[in-house]
Design a binder for this molecule. Structure first.
Ligand SMILES: Cc1cc2nc3c(=O)[nH]c(=O)nc-3n(C[C@H](O)[C@H](O)[C@H](O)COP(=O)(O)OP(=O)(O)OC[C@H]3O[C@@H](n4cnc5c(N)ncnc54)[C@H](O)[C@@H]3O)c2cc1C
Length: 427
């Protein structure tokens, strides 16, 4: 991806312009929408509102990073099917839609007075607040693992430097050695992700003459998404390279020793040449700090019909952070939430008709180049929850043509979802 220098400066200028003001008070007659978190959910919501109702809202997107690095397709980077730069995208395309992009961390929300305060102390008033902070990792749930240890045992479950670190470590693994992947309990971001990751790591090892290396998945679950399809793919593409151990076999993770790259379980102590630890997850910490989380589950309760927070009617919570019934935590789901929320916000503020919500998801997983499987569903909402209305999944034993078509579909989806969130042809 090429970053357009002119647009980058426009982004920087827009942010600096906002920062130069002592406070952003109600200078606008248009309804003000503040969106915190410029991932799939937040950016898509911003763009959807701007495209559907040009000029109707004053939209501010607050995102701490200047470039968005997609978690989705980061496994393909590990598999040698993409370069890192192809995962990174600029927010500059949003400026063409009159969206005010501020690259800063949002610190505080005064929900009584409807004001968000940024790290620079800039204050943003809102009529509606959209919070889409993604996930954070629950390090304490993995004995012996701390944020500092992520340098030795990367998680790479939030994309960026961690993703590059995992790839560097993969490139140093010697033939005949063992890679350990610790897969998390449900619910977590991208249910098939750890198993696609194992496939893509095996692909790289095999393609670089290290076919005697082994990947052991120490899972926190007794079963996983698209299990039969992955196992069939591993058997045919990477025989003997990937071993999956559920807790009924390894007995549970007792202790990690990051300095020795060891994982103690009830069954045995495993030593890895590389250890990829994917901890349990909860809603992004901003949702905790702003008291929008259900503490028991660790996720944000929302009205399934609109994605409106159950704890504040002026706030919408989208993407991985939300409790969305049967829907998996995925970029596809986040995009679907954003579109429903955008309609509900327009209905609130402009009086446009409300809609009966329909949500969608499809998750493609690559097992090899031109070999992908998929699972997906259509969901309907009731005031209580979001439930699966119909679903589909790839079949065992499909032809190479069908799998190639699924792989090509996934690439088309990547381009489409990035364009849907960033409005840019820069992909
Ligand atoms: C390895 C892997 C593979 C995946 N593959 C797929 C796939 O193939 N298909 C699929 O559909 N999904 C996939 N996913 C899942 C997908 O990446 C997530 O579900 C999706 O990113 C969720 O979007 P989000 O907007 O909720 O969160 P995010 O994309 O994480 O965005 C949240 C944003 O909020 C920002 N933020 C948080 N707090 C603040 C704050 N206080 N102030 C300012 N900014 C803030 C963060 O910087 C971040 O940019 C994959 C995930 C992983 C880890």
């Amino acid at each position: 991806m090429l970053i357009d220098r002119r647009n980058l400066l426009k982004v920087a200028g827009a942010a600096a312009g906002t920062l130069a003001m002592p406070a952003v008070l109600r200078a606008q007659t248009r309804p003000q929408i503040v969106i915190v978190g410029g991932g799939v959910a937040g950016a898509t919501c911003a763009l959807q509102l701007a495209r559907s109702h040009p000029g109707a809202f004053y939209i501010t997107l607050v995102e701490e990073d200047t470039l968005y690095t997609t978690c989705f397709f980061s496994n393909l980077y590990l598999g040698g099917l993409r370069d890192f730069e192809s995962l990174r995208h600029s927010y500059s395309g949003l400026l063409d839609y009159d969206i005010n992009v501020i690259n800063e961390r949002a610190l505080l929300a005064d929900r009584d007075n409807k004001v968000v305060t940024l790290i620079s102390r800039t204050r943003l008033e809102y009529d509606r607040l959209v919070l889409a902070p993604g996930i954070d990792l629950n390090y304490e749930a993995v004995p012996g693992y701390t944020p500092r240890d992520a340098r030795l045992m990367p998680h790479a479950w939030k994309a960026g430097r961690q993703t590059q670190l995992l790839k560097q470590q993969l490139d140093y693994v010697k033939d005949g050695s063992t890679i350990l992947i610790l897969a998390p309990p449900n619910p977590y971001r991208c249910p098939p992700g750890p198993y696609e990751r194992a496939s893509m790591m095996a692909r790289t090892l095999k393609a670089t003459g290290r076919g005697n290396a082994k990947i052991v998945i120490l899972d926190a679950k007794e079963k996983f998404s698209k299990q039969a399809l992955f196992m069939e793919g591993w058997e045919s593409r990477y025989p003997g390279m990937i071993e999956w151990l559920p807790p009924s076999i390894h007995g549970g993770i007792r202790m990690l020793h990051p300095d020795r790259l060891e994982v103690e379980t009830d069954l045995d102590t495993f030593k890895g040449a590389l250890v990829n630890v994917i901890p349990p997850q909860h809603a992004g910490v901003t949702a905790y700090e702003w008291n929008l989380v259900d503490e028991a589950s660790g996720w944000c309760p929302v009205d399934p019909m609109t994605m409106r927070s159950k704890l504040d009617e002026s706030v919408f919570i989208l993407g991985d952070a939300a409790i969305a019934g049967d829907m998996p935590k995925s970029a596809f789901s986040a995009n679907s939430h954003a579109k429903i929320a955008a309609r509900a916000i327009a209905s609130d503020l402009l009086g446009t008709p409300s809609v009966v919500p329909r949500y969608f998801n499809t998750c493609w997983s690559s097992i090899d180049e031109n070999d992908a499987v998929k699972v997906g569903a259509l969901y309907e909402a009731t005031p209580e929850t979001i439930t699966t209305r119909s679903s589909f999944i790839s079949q065992l034993g499909e032809s190479a043509e069908v799998r190639k078509a699924a792989f090509e579909e996934s690439e088309a989806w990547y381009r489409a979802i990035v364009a849907d969130m960033l409005g840019s042809a820069d992909i």
